[in-house]
Design a protein around this ligand. Structure first.
Ligand code: HEM
Length: 502
């Protein structure tokens, strides 16, 4: 039998006695409740591999309360699952939780996080946020981009109209929504100089979303992140997609620079034009380089495409499940838009039932169910508990949207619940936060809603919708970087003729 030399044995005994003493003496922080942990992996075994993270977090909240903690690998997670805990994080202590954690995929693909969505809270983020809210996504700019919504929605109506000549033809709604919402934001970002790169860019954006789930082993074990990402192949994928995106953005920006130098701008500034103007004028305290421009554009494109197209997918899913609601919406839309060839924003603004349907969809299916994670800047007391510095702080907006303490029959799809109620998603009601709240609330809300409302109104005006096969209809959620439908949504479109109504 192998025997340890006495000296080594005594050394180990002394070492472990000191370690035990140290552990006993060190006061344990008063963390929020949470499940038990194993050495090294922490509470990872409490997260089911097959369940979606926001579902797992709700199950844990039912056991440990509306503010619980988890140690996942080397990271503390603090999870808020009620309106009041969300308000503590997003309002009372908003500044302490206003930064984002470092995620390997974001760092690698999105230019070391120097865009807007993941840059640390501070003067640089404030400056980029100002450019976003005042220049790129202001309500004036959203209004200005109305011509893109008009043109693209008509193209889609024509495209579906052509296909629906045959009653057996299925329309892949998921693909159409992804297409149209992507074109919508690409045109706003790049003007006319994007057509040749569109397919490549869309593929790269989809790959980026695949690499962005919240819980990646490489992020949970940062000290081993490099090795893990090499071994699981994600590092190579991240590098490839970053290279692809970089080449395309460089090309587009170079074309814009040439046009600007030649004075060929048509006065209709897209996002790249605006950012180049800001860069040239140097009005901001921190000068912009081309790298910053690429990072902001990428953040916006990723932030916009998945969320808005995913929302439309869920709206149509819910409307197909609730034909009476679809019918009521169509009656209102067809009445309001009767005889109009051009649809103004003011026409859309009158469609209050449509707006309620979108609100209800965002309550049950927020595209970012856990918002975007925040990080705790310094050790803080929250509701009497200690939140360790560098913890990841996550708000489960999906769980809050179906909390029976705030919502009557929370699982039922009932747009009328928004009729008399003043609850809105602008960040003032913490029981309804699909766009987040506080300093980092989504700056693209106006842009998103304008697109969703416009495309939905036209699709409901021009077509009647049915399931191709009523027996095959799933409502499964999938999860990449956002909570989309797991499978594509296929529907039958029958063109609607206003004459037959009269
Ligand atoms: C239905 C559509 C959308 C939803 C539900 C949504 C939701 C969100 C959420 C939950 C956040 C994080 C907020 C927080 O941390 O409190 C966010 C951030 C952000 N969103 Fe959206 N979003 C949508 C569409 C858009 C669009 C269309 C754009 C741009 C055109 C956009 C741009 C951004 C950006 C740049 C951020 C980062 C803000 C920051 O960190 O300061 N989003 N969004």
């Amino acid at each position: 039998m192998l025997q340890l030399p006495n000296l080594l044995l005594s050394f180990l005994l002394i070492f472990f006695s000191f370690l035990l003493l140290h552990l006993l003496r060190t006061p344990k922080p008063n963390l929020p409740p949470g499940p038990w942990q194993l050495p090294f992996i922490g509470s990872l075994h409490h997260i089911s591999i097959n369940a979606l993270t926001h579902h797992s977090f709700l199950s844990l909240a039912r056991k440990y309360g509306p503010l619980f903690h988890l140690k996942l690998g080397q990271i503390y997670f603090i999870v808020a699952s009620s309106s009041s805990t969300a308000s503590e994080i997003l309002r009372t202590h908003d500044q302490i939780f206003a930064s984002r954690p470092t995620m390997l995929a974001v760092k690698t693909i999105a230019y070391n996080s120097i865009g807007i969505g993941f840059s640390p809270y501070g003067p640089y983020w404030r400056q980029m946020r100002k450019i976003c809210t005042q220049e790129l996504l202001s309500s004036k700019k959203v209004k200005f981009f109305g011509f893109i919504r008009d043109e693209e929605s008509l193209k889609i109506v024509e495209r579906i109209g052509r296909g629906s000549g045959s009653t057996t033809l299925k329309v892949n709604m998921t693909e159409i929504f992804m297409d149209v919402l992507n074109v919508n934001i690409m045109r706003a970002a790049f003007g006319k100089d994007w057509e040749s790169n569109r397919e490549r860019f869309l593929k790269a954006l989809k790959e980026t979303m695949m690499l962005l789930p919240l819980l990646r082993l490489a992020d949970l074990f940062p000290s081993l992140g490099f090795v893990i990402s090499v071994l699981d192949g994600s590092r190579a994928r991240m590098k490839n997609v970053r290279r692809e995106i970089d080449v395309i953005l460089d090309e587009i920006i170079a074309e814009h620079v040439i046009k600007r130098e030649a004075g060929e701008g048509d006065g209709e500034e897209d996002f790249v034009d605006i950012l180049l103007r800001v860069k040239e004028k140097g009005e901001f305290q921190i000068p912009l380089a081309v790298e910053n421009i690429k990072a902001v554009i990428l953040d916006i494109l990723v932030g916009a495409t998945e969320t808005t197209s995913g929302t439309l997918d869920w709206v149509m899913t819910e409307l197909i499940r609730h034909p009476e609601i679809m019918h009521r919406a169509q009656l209102q839309i067809r009445e309001a838009l009767r005889g109009k060839t051009v649809i103004e924003e003011s026409d859309i603004n009158k469609l209050d039932y449509l707006k309620m349907i979108i609100k209800e969809t965002l309550r049950l299916h927020p595209p970012l169910p856990l918002l975007i994670p925040r990080i705790c800047n310094k050790e803080t007391k929250l509701l009497g508990f200690t939140i360790p510095s560098k913890s990841w702080v996550v708000v489960n907006a999906w769980a809050i949207g179906r909390d029976p303490d705030y919502w009557e029959n929370p699982e039922s799809f009932n747009p009328d619940r928004f009729k008399e109620c003043t609850v809105d998603f602008i960040g003032a009601n913490y029981d309804y936060i699909p766009f987040g709240a506080g300093r980092r609330i989504c700056p693209g809300m106006g842009f998103a809603l304008a697109g969703i409302e416009h495309f939905l109104a036209l699709l409901l005006f021009h077509f009647d919708w049915e399931l191709p096969d009523s027996k095959v209809f799933d409502v499964d959620e999938g999860l990449t970087g956002s909570a989309r439908r797991k499978n594509d949504l296929y529907l039958l479109a029958r063109p609607y003729s206003p004459i037959s109504d009269e």
